[in-house]
Write a protein that binds this ligand. Structure first.
Ligand code: SAM
Length: 280
């Protein structure tokens, strides 16, 4: 009979987040597949556990995956973990879990922290619907394509980011979402210097231009609010709306056309002229 694969989450910065189930899974496993064995050995020492370990990381996923699966099919159980947080979430594990399913191997989740959910839960942003965007690519073209895809996103978006890339990412956010877009910066979660800042893209950009970013970051960007109805109005419809606004609010054409064209693809002078021509 084949063994099982435990997908073991580990603390993202605070050892007090270790749970009895995490300990139990490491103890039950015959071997541990760790992203970096030097990191995981410290955790195991803290738990007083000694286990054979193999490294399972970005550059050996396929071969090591097959090796792990063959051992599990032969009856051993494996605990897979990353340096911190939940495996498979911007970390190794996804391919192994797919391989396990394709061989009918049981996969057991050992739940624990993940920076994405931890950050979202304290972000102050809408949590009802959200999408996890992981890291933006370091390749300019892929990065731009990724941002273009989320430009019109209405759900809360969550990004991971490294400190040395934070400023560039904030600049790209400004170009994509605008400086006024609400943004929460969650830094060093569960650690000594934990910081959760509800701010805007522009204010964050100003702040980190002055203060060098340090530590680990999660960026939670508010979804966009797009008035699609307004966008679909024709110029004539906007002109009629403008005339109505002038009457109800008793404001001049110049002011009304400015209000009406906001969030449409028409300029205020186009609306202004359309009103004039409607009035003959
Ligand atoms: N698998 C992990 C998880 O479940 O959160 C994520 C691993 S990913 C390689 C590392 C990224 O997660 C960091 O660059 C940062 O964006 C985020 N992260 C991890 N720990 C964090 C923490 N304590 N505070 C803020 N962000 C964190």
């Amino acid at each position: 009979m084949s063994g099982v694969i435990y997908v073991v989450a580990t603390p993202i910065g605070n050892l007090k987040d270790l749970t009895p189930r995490m300990k139990e899974a490491f103890e039950s496993a015959d071997f541990i597949a760790a992203e970096d064995t030097r990191v995981t050995v410290k955790l195991l020492n803290h738990l007083g556990i000694k286990k054979p370990m193999i490294s399972y990381y970005e550059h050996n996923l396929k071969d090591k995956g097959e090796y792990i699966i063959s051992r599990v099919l032969a009856g051993e159980s494996c605990a897979v973990c990353s340096d911190a947080g939940t495996p498979c979430i911007s970390d190794p594990g996804e391919i192994l879990v797919k391989q396990a399913h394709s061989h009918g191997i049981r996969v057991i989740p050992i739940t624990g922290p993940s920076a994405v959910i931890t950050a979202l839960s304290v972000s102050g942003q809408n949590t009802g619907r959200f999408c996890f965007e992981g890291f933006l690519s370091t390749t300019k073209k892929q990065r731009m394509e990724h941002l273009e895809q989320v430009k019109k996103e209405t759900r809360t978006m969550i990004f991971y980011e490294a400190p040395h890339k934070l400023l560039n990412t904030l600049k790209d956010f400004k170009n994509t979402f605008g400086g006024e877009r609400s943004l929460t910066i969650a830094r060093e979660l569960t650690k000594l210097h934990e910081e959760i800042k509800l701010t805007t893209v522009q204010d964050a950009l100003d702040y980190y231009t002055e203060n060098a970013p340090k530590g680990e970051f999660v960026l939670i960007v508010a979804g966009g609010v797009f008035e699609s109805e307004e966008k679909e109005l024709t110029l004539d419809q906007l002109a009629e709306k403008c005339i109505k606004l002038m009457e109800t609010e008793n404001i001049p054409l110049k002011e009304a056309s400015k209000k009406v064209c906001a969030k449409t693809s028409f300029s205020k002078s186009e609306v202004y002229k359309a009103v004039q021509s409607l009035r003959g």
